[in-house]
Write a protein that binds this ligand. Sequence first.
Ligand code: GLA
Length: 389
Amino acid sequence: MRRFLFLAIWVGLTLCNGWMLASAQPGNGLAKTPPMGWNSWNHFGCDINENIIKEMADAMVNSGMKDAGYTYINIDDCWMDTVRDAQGRLQADPKRFPHGIKWLADYVHSKGLKLGIYSSAGTKTCAGYPASLDHEEIDAKTFASWGVDYLKYDNCYNQGRPLIERYRAMQQALAHCGRSIVFSICEWGLENPWEWAPQLGNLWRTTGDIRDSWESVMSILDQQVGLDKYAGPGHWNDPDMLEVGNGGMTTTEYRAHFSLWCILAAPLIAGNDLRNMSPETKEILTNGDMIAVDQDPLGKEGYKLQDNGDEEIWVKEMSDGSRVVLFLNRGTQTAFMTTNAEQIGLPQAPHYRLRNLWSHKESQTAWLIRGFVPPHGVLVFRVWPLSNG
Ligand code: GLA
């Protein structure tokens, strides 16, 4: 009898524990590494239609972006009709998307890619279209029936209703919609989302909207300090989508923007027109050495090691024991910057192997890691300890 009682208590505790863990995680098993893809907003705003989205899927494949790891083709705001259908379902704008979203999802899937869509935890989207507050279940089911793989969920027209409740309602609806859908929370970093969003979503915006300027990238960067401990496989800080290739920054600045997002283990969601990329833009977005930093399976976000005003050093720990070190020069003069193997967290070793992640050149060092960093630019090395020569 006593044994039976022990067994019953043990089974009870185990089940309860399992349930508590399950309810504390989005538990959808998605986004083990930061999501990679493209989104319509940064370049096109509301000026979208099914041809643009279709051509972007084609360009994703033809440009080599798909081979580099980009998967999601995400439609942002302004895809909906101004009214729901007779059954209360969201429907696509018949002029912009005459074939509907399911047709588009089928096309995107036929290219080996995935489709993302957008709504808001409010009565309207930011651009004023119908949104999902109090329609979570029907909308999640509709998205699932279309074959949607990713939902960006904004915060406009929220009626001042409690934030976590609104995002939890959609998380629950997605969990029961019958399809695996990445949940991208977009509440602009207002109420410390890093503290509650890891339990609900796969990624959460940490700031307001990015703009295509160096000042915007630096301001967003400053708001990431201290957030690294909240990120990990399945749940990521989102410093917003990329502006690389949109024309407002120099190639050096775009390289820095992209490198910083990789150090931050940020979602890499391109925001440019993939149909006509310059060779420089393509080289940045498809740099496999940098993408490997972002996509490292350990899922550790990088952190700021040193800040001397215009000169910053950022470090990211990698799953193979190496470290990535990024020298950032925010100033307007070339800087000579230095650190060493110990400072970036590597064990003592006779030598270290260095790989410059932009020139792809390799070298060795006994201890120091250093180099010239251009104004508004970065120098990035991956560093491995070597046991001999
Ligand atoms: C908000 C979001 C943006 C974009 C727009 C669309 O501003 O933060 O990323 O989705 O809405 O209206």
